[in-house]
Write a protein that binds this ligand. Sequence first.
Ligand code: F6P
Length: 360
Amino acid sequence: MKTKQRIGILTGGGDAPGLNAVIRAVAKAATLEHGWEVLGIRDGFDGLLDGRSTIALTPEVVRGILPLGGTILGAANRGNPFARQAVVDGETVVYDASDETVARLDALGLDGLVVAGGDGTMHIVNELLAKGCPIIGVPKTIDNDLGGTDVTFGFDTAVNTATGAVDKLHTTAEAHHRVMVVEVMGRDAGWIGLYAGLGGGADAILIPEIPYDLDVVCAKIARRRAGGRYFSIVVVSEGARPVDGDQVFRQDDTSKARLGGISHQIADQIARRLEVETRATILGHLQRGGSPTPFDRMLATRLGGAAVRLAAAGRYGRMVSLQGAAITSVPVAEAVAELKRVDPAGDTVQTARDLGIVFG
Ligand code: F6P
């Protein structure tokens, strides 16, 4: 007869600084406070379906990982059990592997599963809940676009990196009298762009929520030049688009639509229109890497501890969340109901506008 509880933990989607802090908190709280066994599932849902070996997450195993970026469990290539891809006779086929996922979780003998992930992963969790899997969600994404929580861990670290880059680009922009266009992550939401732009003192911030008109950006740069400010900083989210155009995707990837390169287009257009020197910088995955900030370590640790308390209370189907200063929880279904995007009429955008920053 089984007496000791066994929970699993899996990280879904792209990595975010703070994942290891969650893994450590779950492993320590579950074993030290409750005497449970904790199994780490490698490489997300892909690893589970591929039958990769699990890791027994004892307190010894998670020792020292709090300040580490990445995830000791590995991140899969955004595998979705409901639309799993396989190559059959040279052709890529998509099929539903959700029943197999449930069977594999059953085979591990888990009483519950903690899944750290962003919007895509929480949608998967929501569907697995409908199939009876006992899961607790932990909100993670540098993009900060997951609903049901005020902030996701990883965001603060990404903003730190992006703001530091804007600071550095400021000095070289000023020295060379150039316009620097900085491209940050943010597929559908401009949180990183808004925070790094406002925190780094940008002159224009272009985000997915506010389609831009380049005339407005050029007019701002021209006004600065007329006033003796010969450099400017434009921060643009990878997912931004002009009022009369589309998002910019990379051309080199046939399998998956990957955003990227809008900063080069904008820099070229500004150079042509204003006859100024411009340069584009794409920060890319730098924003996902490195040691989590103290804020993200704290948030991830608190969320991990709260996830174990929910499991102990048998409250599956919920996602732990930060609301105000408190950690609480919401139904996973509520978290995935709507993507959390920047409010163009909100106080942060308004403050940026009051300070003379244009959104195009
Ligand atoms: O979801 C977070 C994110 O950082 C997006 O902003 C970005 O488009 C995407 O991940 C890129 O991820 P990957 O290169 O791992 O597919």
